[in-house]
Ligand binder design. Sequence first.
Ligand code: DQA
Length: 152
Amino acid sequence: MASVLVLNGPNLNLLGTREPGVYGVQTLKDVEALCQETAAALGHTADCRQSNHEGQLIDWIHEAGERQRSGELIGAVFNAGAYTHTSVALHDAIKGTGLKVIEVHISNVHARESFRHHSYLSPAAAGIVVGFGTDGYRLAIEGLHRLHTAAA
Ligand code: DQA
């Protein structure tokens, strides 16, 4: 049984109370339960982590690259929050490890402020899921699974 890494970046621990009109009322715990459920239905496990710190996210990506190489991990679903729009370092971590990443955004970032329109992660991502609310995590795990089975 392989694993899917579900990574959430800054402020996503506040889901449920954070701007519910934009991000909905599901908590991070609810999202992680959805990810576990989705992964299990596909024969995987979900390894769910959240951090408000860029360096921690980079360290987890490095570790995940190794785990993907050993066949223990099929890839990652990653909502980098605001680091999406600022972090060359996260872009480089994904590129440098070859980690298969599906980028997720709960909100439709393209319908919001212009500073959210650019993503440093998108050019390094295998796929992108934007604007489906927290259901986007389920879609991203299913998409990652499909890419994995198509490549096998
Ligand atoms: C977000 C969108 C980002 O612009 C924002 O900074 C977030 C959440 C989303 O899931 O819609 O923290 O990634």
